[in-house]
Design a protein around this ligand. Sequence first.
Ligand code: GAP
Length: 493
Amino acid sequence: MSKNTDELFKNVIAHAKEYGFVFPSSEIYDGLSAVYDYGQFGAELKNNIKTYWWKSMVQMHDNIVGIDSAIFMHPKIWKASGHVDGFSDPMIDNKDSNKRYRADQLLEDRIAKLDEEGKTSEAEELQVEMDNALKAENLPRLRELIIEQNIKCPISGTTNWTEVRQFNLMFSTRVGAIADESDTIYLRPETAQGIFVNYLNVQKSGRMKIPFGIAQIGKAFRNEVIARQFIIRMREFEQMEMQYFVRPGTQAQWFDKWKETRLKWHPALGTDAAKYRYHEHTKLAHYADAAYDIEFEFPFGFKEVEGIHSRTDFDLSQHQQFSGKKMQYFDPEIDPATEKPYGNYIPYVIETSIGLDRMFLLTMINAYREEDLSTDEKQDSRTVLRLHPCLAPVKAAVFPLIKKDGLPEKAREIMDSLKLDFNLQYEEKDAIGKRYRRQDAIGTPFCITVDHQTLEDNTVTIRHRDSMKQERVAADQLDKIIGDLVSWKNLLK
Ligand code: GAP
């Protein structure tokens, strides 16, 4: 990370805290690693991102519906899904510092360093060696590579490493009062399984016909070995997932469709399309026959934001086997090849899975600007979040010019007329310029000032966040002006 991008990232994190977007969790107890809380504006922004995803994925498709399944599920689900046996990361401990690392991340850092030093062929060679070892689950080879590369623990500075071991990422806890083995349950590491186990409930109750999708937004939990880069890798995070159930044999075509559709969704928010790229998985998860990530160029490099996975019939077949319940769908449509109904089969599944917290960070970074507003006469600057108006936590702020002469009462009256439709803020403290700066910092698209003229002709000044231009408008036009800009139609059309 160059000094500038490093500084930009640090500034965004500091801004997120100072203005009530993201706080370290349990801060007064010195925090809890890889866990964060969303503050008053963060919660609004997060909700707006969820709304955008939900509207575009669920409400804009007549064959996709949304559910909200429980975090706790029968423990056999995680056996069937392969998570109990296979959802792990290779880790290694340094015996001197007692610090634990992900073996693949130590090697990835080394590859990045070799690249930075211009040793491209060495970097490529190491990448291939590491990929091969990961694919073959050859843990001793991963350790050998760490030793060969003379990778030292950043804390102790030594190469005194343990063996590499697999570390399961699921959190477990106990349900009920009696503590025996059978009471162990897991906090879900992905929301997808709640969709798989409900797919026939939804299909039957909603009379859904293939192809159809089921979407869900919810918390997922992973005991990540290494917490890094703020809210990029957390132990408690949120996913927005959609499983699309298709006829076997059509999965490649639906995979391509969803891969394209999802990439187009992102720049609609105003993000530069050049900052996105696909990354094809070489090492596929146990359930997939094809997988692409959508990556975004964060200040610290390209990182996965969303995964598009072709999950075959793996999950449904596994649940059929483990639960003993039929997971088949009856397809009454006529197969032109046989001129008979397609009949019973287990559908194939295409999954789109986006991390809400990564999307949140991407949105903050994309919106954050430090602008120099200096003129010949005076030095000036502002920090502004140029958020898409639909995502802005507060849509408009209402200010009385001064705290007397009936202006606060008039401002409150205007607020009352708008607050049924929009999330608003009322501010009367400090000079107007300072109030503008506070609203710029949280991304509020409009500031409305009530002055003495308002009492005479019911007009107000409206100031636009991005252009900083001000205009005088009739107060009864405000709902239309604000509504036109923040309407979800602008994004969804
Ligand atoms: N159901 C498929 C699945 O869970 P994944 O690639 O492991 O796939 C999907 O996760 C998305 O969830 C990722 O693209 C990422 O945005 C987000 N994600 C995964 N682990 C995360 C973590 N520890 N912290 C924050 N977001 C995470």
